[in-house]
Design a protein around this ligand. Structure first.
Ligand code: MG
Length: 523
């Protein structure tokens, strides 16, 4: 055999050996690493799901997930409002560390999640995962879309990057029924981004959930077929105001408008589970469902329900931050109910470890691993939690602290409820009150925070909670606020420089046809 031919055959062999090795490694990686799906509802209260006691909600898919999975009864979001809650979910750190305070981003915001924050998508991408977010981002858009998810570890993004009431609200129900509010008429119409490009403006709320679901299930199918471990973060606009629903779900629930919105969300959850099954990856996928903050009581019967908890969105009472949460992984997650303490900051640590990712060691991480609760029916790694309010500041620090079954309120403030609501502690007009000495409740015997403790139990517990809170406040590093910057020219517009602004920002195409032809092929 001539030498050049021999060399070529050897090279071919080496290539084949390499290829085989790569295939074997890929198979090993995909077999070892579970897929991860985080389903995130918006403004869904502790009492909104049937499995949490709501008598007229229709959520068969979440009911099934709960029956087969683990239902948390003491699970907390990091904030009673959207943006800070989301940054904590994605970074495992309280929102103060990343500057996502006070309040939330709007369409005209110029700031966003700092680039030196490390998201779960960045950790899992480094560990070999395909990563995607579908839905509400709410951590900034910024100049040249610098803060959008594809610049923070996600391979793919599709969705409205903030709340859908941060735009003019037009049609919420099929075929042409108006929303119950006009929302922000001076802002640009709600954009749907794909990665960093607007593909539709305004969004069509009557098809939005189907569009999100299609994106999510396509991502699952694509990566299941390619045997690539995947991380999907599906952040619904439901059940935030204004509630909306497609033709199939309008008037589908006896609970009214909120019930229709919730039923559509539940349908989408069911489609995700169906796709996991049909793609053959259900047995190796961890699914976690929760919500960003409590119900918007100002919407009255069109808002959600906090069940037996006190107040709702915007407050540090339990109704503002204790959330429904369900974990599911057949054969791995122990089915049942747990009273163990856990929080959204823990999701970052839990899924990063699950995926074999490297958790940053150069910064404080507030989350702990939920694995003992999830897989071994053991005690939680946390016995405390700190509650930051809607608009925190370094002088006040946290408003409340939970330690074991006890909760101390150092400050309280009203939330977003209006005066018809029966409890004036929840009203928007109720000012900040400093409690010195602090109020103390036993949440095991008094989850509704009705009966402040006193006497011997109070004396025994309050000093311990006060000391730990003072220490926590002292050690907290507050990143400069990213929320303050705002400029109407920063509002997303598919026709930059058009007139009359902002109504001229209108573009559209058939999203269903467009999706995943070129962009998802890249994953
Ligand atoms: Mg919210």
């Amino acid at each position: 055999m001539c030498l050049p031919l021999l060399r070529r055959q050897l090279l071919n062999m080496s290539y084949k050996v390499l290829l085989c090795t790569a295939v074997v490694l890929a198979a090993a990686v995909s077999a070892d690493k579970p897929n991860i799906v985080v389903l995130f509802a918006d403004d869904l209260g502790f009492g909104d799901l049937a499995v949490y006691g709501h008598p007229t909600s229709t959520t068969p898919n979440l009911d099934k997930m709960a029956k087969e999975g683990l239902v948390f009864t003491q699970f907390y979001s990091a904030s009673p409002v959207c943006s800070p809650s989301r940054v904590a979910l994605l970074t495992g750190r309280y929102q103060t560390r990343s500057g996502i305070w006070p309040g939330v981003f709007g369409a005209a915001s110029t700031g966003g999640i700092p680039h030196n924050e490390t998201t779960s998508a960045e950790v899992l991408k480094q560990a070999g995962y395909a990563t995607a977010i579908v839905g509400k981002w709410h951590l900034g858009v910024g100049k040249n879309q610098t803060y959008l998810p594809t610049n923070h570890g996600f391979d793919y993004y599709m969705g409205i990057p903030y709340s859908h009431d941060m735009c003019p609200c037009l049609i919420c129900f099929y075929p042409n029924q108006a929303c119950f509010d006009k929302c922000r008429t001076g802002d640009t119409p709600c954009p749907i981004f794909e990665n960093t490009r607007i593909i539709k403006q305004p969004a069509d709320f009557t098809t939005l959930t189907a569009t999100y679901t299609n994106a999510a299930t396509s991502f699952i199918q694509k990566n299941a077929a390619g045997k690539t471990p995947f991380y999907l973060y599906l952040a619904y606009q439901h059940t935030h105001h204004p509630q909306f629903a497609s033709k199939e779900f309008r008037n589908s629930s006896i609970r009214g408008t909120f019930g229709d919105s919730l039923s559509e969300l539940d349908w989408s959850v069911g489609e995700v589970f169906k796709t996991l099954e049909s793609s053959g990856v259900a047995d190796n996928t961890f699914v976690f469902f929760t919500s960003d903050n409590g119900p918007s009581l100002t919407r009255q019967i069109r808002g959600g329900n906090q069940g037996l908890l006190k107040c709702g969105k915007g407050t540090t009472y339990e109704g503002g931050m204790r959330e429904p949460a369900i974990a599911w992984m057949p054969g791995k997650v122990t089915p049942g109910r747990t009273m163990e303490l856990a929080a959204t900051v823990d999701v970052f640590v839990t899924i990063s470890k699950m995926g074999g990712g490297k958790i940053p060691t150069d910064r404080p991480i507030d989350g702990v691993d939920m694995a003992p609760i999830l897989f071994n029916n053991e005690k939680s790694n946390r016995d405390f939690y700190y509650y930051y309010p809607f608009g925190p500041n370094p002088d006040d620090g946290v408003f409340a602290t939970r330690y074991k079954q006890y909760k101390a309120h150092f400050y309280t403030k009203g939330g977003l409820a209006g005066k018809p609501y029966r409890d004036e502690d929840c009203w928007g007009s109720t000012p900040k009150t400093k409690h010195d000495p602090p109020l103390l409740f036993d949440l095991v015997t008094d989850p509704s925070e009705r009966h402040p403790l006193s006497g011997k139990v109070y004396e025994e517990i309050i000093k311990q909670i006060t000391d730990m809170t003072m220490k926590f406040n002292k050690e907290m590093t507050w990143h400069e606020s990213e929320i303050h910057g705002s400029n109407s020219s920063a509002m997303p517009c598919c026709k930059p420089g058009c007139s009359p602004f902002p109504t001229c920002c209108a573009c559209g195409q058939e999203i269903q046809q467009h999706l995943f032809s070129p962009a998802l092929e890249l994953l």
